[in-house]
Write a protein that binds this ligand. Structure first.
Ligand code: F6R
Length: 234
């Protein structure tokens, strides 16, 4: 694992931006894997303000809540529109279909999307419990796209984006761990002291499904981009 530690989240976001810009300039980025949440927002602001043109690039998102329409302001589809796609349209953008309650059909369809569009670079955040995507502790490393029931800690962490905690959806569709590991390159960003224990376990702990991000120790091309606080327990 390569680890870049910057002083602040803003400086770390610039490091991530520079890596993506370099891949774009070398015409090596055809499929970009995207994450939602607070961590990549600084990166997305830099992408929006840049001169990079994504109209020949396909995007695939890690996950989507079950039961929300793409037009729902809480959906990850909507999040990406607001934070990136309005300013930077892509050739095409894929999400697991949160409007389809047939989990097996959604999983099959999204696995086909991922097989047809192998990810060149996947942007990742990490949960305080070490989750990546919505792959909570205990998820098998062999998992592909699947439906998850969110853990109480993830519901609590995501409640900040909703008016009331009971509005947070209880289930999501997510790329699996094997789907994430199939990306040619992974950029995992983590900011703030609350992420420091998960980063320590992911980097220095055993590779175990109890800490989903620890699987990245087995990936040949991972860069962790941390601020000082997230790196404080390494
Ligand atoms: C989002 C996702 C999640 C987040 C993680 C960290 O698409 O897949 O794994 O990356 O929950 O969230 P933030 O960045 O809000 O701390």
């Amino acid at each position: 694992m390569k680890i870049i530690t910057a002083e602040t989240a803003a400086a770390a976001s610039k490091e991530a931006f520079n890596i993506i810009a370099d891949r774009m300039q070398h015409h090596q980025l055809h499929v970009l894997g995207l994450a939602t949440g607070s961590t990549p927002c600084g990166l997305y602001r830099l992408l929006c303000a840049s001169r990079l043109d994504f109209r020949q690039v396909t995007s695939v998102n890690l996950d989507e809540y079950v039961g929300l329409q793409p037009t729902d302001p809480q959906s990850y589809h909507y999040f990406m529109q607001v934070h990136l796609f309005r300013a930077k349209p892509f050739k095409e953008s894929f999400f697991p279909d949160g409007t389809n309650l047939d989990a097996a059909a959604v999983a099959k369809e999204y696995d086909q999307v991922l097989a047809a569009h192998p990810v060149d670079l996947q942007v990742l955040g990490i949960g305080q419990n070490g989750h990546i995507g919505f792959n909570e502790p205990g998820t098998p490393f062999t998992s592909r796209t699947h439906r998850v029931v969110l853990t109480p800690s993830t519901i609590a962490a995501n409640a900040r984006f909703f008016a009331r905690p009971d509005e947070v959806p209880r289930a999501a569709y997510t790329m699996g761990i094997a789907s994430i590991m199939a990306a040619k390159q992974v950029l995992l960003m983590a900011f703030g002291a609350q992420k420091a224990p998960a980063i320590r376990q992911a980097v220095k702990g055993p590779v175990t499904p109890a800490v989903p991000a620890s699987v990245l120790q087995r990936h040949p091309n991972v860069t962790l981009i941390l601020d000082r606080a997230a790196a404080s327990q390494l």
